[in-house]
Design a protein around this ligand. Structure first.
Ligand code: OSB
Ligand code: MG
Length: 368
């Protein structure tokens, strides 16, 4: 395949409700889409970076910059293009995994569309639908939280994840357990909001039989997570700290995580995500697919990934309607707590031109 250029398209999609985490509140999901143009057709990528470097060091305009100055030119200079060699071509550039992931995703989509093959078949999906969880933001009050959780359970979500931070941890968990019972699959995500000194507070979550606690400590504090794991009963799961298959293997060997959240953007792409899956399966560590409030494009690929055999826990692969009143692709709709893995060529979904135009805030063309 020959690269002709990449369109960087900034979009802004209003969320159905504010989403508050320990690092901030989102009311609009602003992100960047990539449309790669090749001599064999087009492909779509979704850059999961947020506008501000609050979840990770990457942010949208930094991704646009590194793509424009370095990543797209390097790919153009490397000659005939294959998705499987994109990571290697981009390897000399340190970091910038979300930007790399978006570019690789777009090339993979173009390649698979041209070949008439789906993301699921390429990545190794073994199921045609996946069970879905939902990530529930920090709320104004416990009653508001219980209303939200009750609504999601009524919709059929099979697992609830509560965002927590100091001051909003034991009480919301206790309230959800008291109202909805011990059968609900329940987990929490701190997005790095605690320190090891908070271990006694986090141990207060022990009686609630949580599936896991996600990323309690800061991104670089892998050893801290290993220490914490010895002080609390809830299994520790890493999100922010896992940036590659190598870092996953190290975290597992150090005893820093019993479970891994795999987000393709955070780790440099869907192909590295599959390698992390393989490392974890080899180590007997369950994985699940994280989310970054994706549009239907990123969601399609995430659902395909979540259909691999090692994804034994429900992911943050919620339906389009949990995030957006209208998606840019055909919406993903929950069916008995599951989403169907798209089976069509490439991502199996495409942006609706009018819907896309309605949310677009700017486009730039990066020629090969
Ligand atoms: O930590 O998993 C996270 C959203 C944005 C950034 C980080 C995270 C999240 C979520 C929502 O928890 C996941 C989703 O439903 O897409
Ligand atoms: Mg997380």
């Amino acid at each position: 395949m020959k690269l002709e250029g990449v369109e960087l398209r900034r979009i802004a999609m209003p969320l159905v409700a504010p989403f508050r985490t320990s690092f901030g509140t989102q009311t609009v999901r602003e992100l960047m889409l990539l449309r790669v143009v090749t001599d064999e057709g087009e492909g779509w990528g979704e850059c999961v970076a947020m506008p501000d470097p609050l979840y990770s060091s990457e942010y949208t305009e930094a991704c646009a910059d590194v793509l424009t100055r370095f990543l797209v030119p390097a790919l153009a200079a490397a000659g005939p293009m294959k998705a499987a060699s994109v990571a290697e071509v981009l390897e000399p550039f340190k970091g910038h995994r979300m930007a790399k992931a978006a570019l690789e995703m777009s090339v993979l989509d173009a390649e698979l569309r041209a070949a008439g093959r789906s993301f699921g078949s390429e990545l190794g999906a073994t199921r045609d639908r996946v069970p879905c969880g939902v990530s529930v933001g920090i709320m104004e009050s416990i009653p508001a939280l219980l209303d939200a959780v009750g609504g999601y359970l009524d919709e059929g979500y099979v697992r609830i994840k509560l965002k927590i931070e100091p001051g909003w941890d034991v009480e919301p968990v206790r309230a959800v357990r008291e109202r909805f019972g011990d059968e609900v699959l329940l987990q929490v995500d701190a997005n790095t909001a605690y320190t090891l000194a908070d271990a006694p507070q986090l141990a207060l979550l022990d009686p609630f039989d949580l599936l896991l606690i996600e990323q309690p400590l800061e991104e670089e504090d892998v050893l801290g997570h290993a220490d914490l794991a010895k002080l609390i009963a809830t299994p520790v799961c890493l999100d922010e700290s896992i940036v590659s298959a190598r870092s996953a293997a190290a975290a597992i060997r150090l005893g820093a995580c019993a479970i891994v959240n795999i987000k393709p953007g955070r780790v440099g792409g869907y192909l590295e995500a599959v390698r992390i899956h393989d490392v974890c399966v080899g180590a007997g560590v369950p994985v699940w697919c994280g989310g970054m409030l994706e549009t239907g494009l990123g969601r399609a690929a995430n659902v395909a990934l979540a259909a691999l055999p090692g994804f034994t826990l429900p992911g943050d692969t919620s339906a389009s309607g949990r995030y957006y009143r209208s998606d840019i692709t055909e919406p993903f709709v929950l069916d008995d707590g599951h989403l169907t893995v798209p089976a069509g060529p490439g991502l199996g979904v495409s942006p609706d031109p009018d819907a896309l135009a309605a949310v677009t805030t700017g486009t730039t063309w990066v020629p090969a």
